[in-house]
Design a protein around this ligand. Sequence first.
Ligand code: RIB
Ligand code: CA
Length: 312
Amino acid sequence: MIKRRLIIDTDPGVDDAFAILLAASDPQTEILALTTTAGNVGIERTTRNALGLKELLGLNCPVFKGADRPLAIPLEDAANVHGESGLGPYVFDHVPALETSELAWDAIYRLAKANPGSTLVALGPLTNIAIALMRYPDLPDVLGEVISMGGTIGYGNTVPYSEFNYYCDPLAAKIVLESKLKVTTVGLNATRQTQLSPDELASLDPQDPVLNRFVRLQREFYWDRLRNLGMEGFHLPDAAAMAVVLEPVLMHAERLPVHVVTDNGITQGWTVVDLRRRKDEKLHQVNVALSIDKTGYLRLMQQINGLKGGHA
Ligand code: RIB
Ligand code: CA
């Protein structure tokens, strides 16, 4: 029985790929669409990767192409983390064509209206969602909720206090977090609690030989890249965000005031979360993830073991 219908907005992206594998492995989840945005790498590559993942996993949902750059600043990608292809050493040698020229923001609104109560899982910069809000002001009335992997409390991964998705398009993050959408932010402060050891990571490998090769290439590349970048541990932010969509009890969140800094430079995309819990709060509040249960996360991620590919 389908318990949730998801629109996944994504910039694949190694951890995006793990998040999509997790969603695809869940029998109670229907993926309505993959909508792509520029972020980890450019829009052509994120869209190619989404189409490739659709075929690899045998997803029967459409892919919709979205924003090729942030709203107001040039794209600064994360190819240094995810590789030039966006999926480490893995390049899809052929992908199905886009089935439609309908753009991501139009599809997000149309699918939200046609599927009341659906959830938008945003795994990249929030550019598509911000554009959808500007084009369709009643989006908050038709969309169930938005779970956004983004922001952090404390130190970031891109500049001292900012997480990549909100650093990449801070204006889009501000527009979405200050809108009437029901938003939960799953930031690095929470996703870092799901760090996996090499053995725990290897325990995710699918039995399906084609998926097994894809997953092993991703994790081996990502592990080495994070090590070389001096980043502590190994965690998959987008997969952690997807896990709390599938199993909300894994997350503890609180409704808190969040201000997104849109100045360019060292504070760009900083999410200033007010933990003082004041009574006379004026700032707009969103649900902010404060913790994720790592044991439950690992158990859920191991669903990927049994995933059957639809590979061509
Ligand atoms: O900061 C982590 C986020 O930025 C993840 O979504 C990752 O895919 C990158 O987009
Ligand atoms: Ca991502």
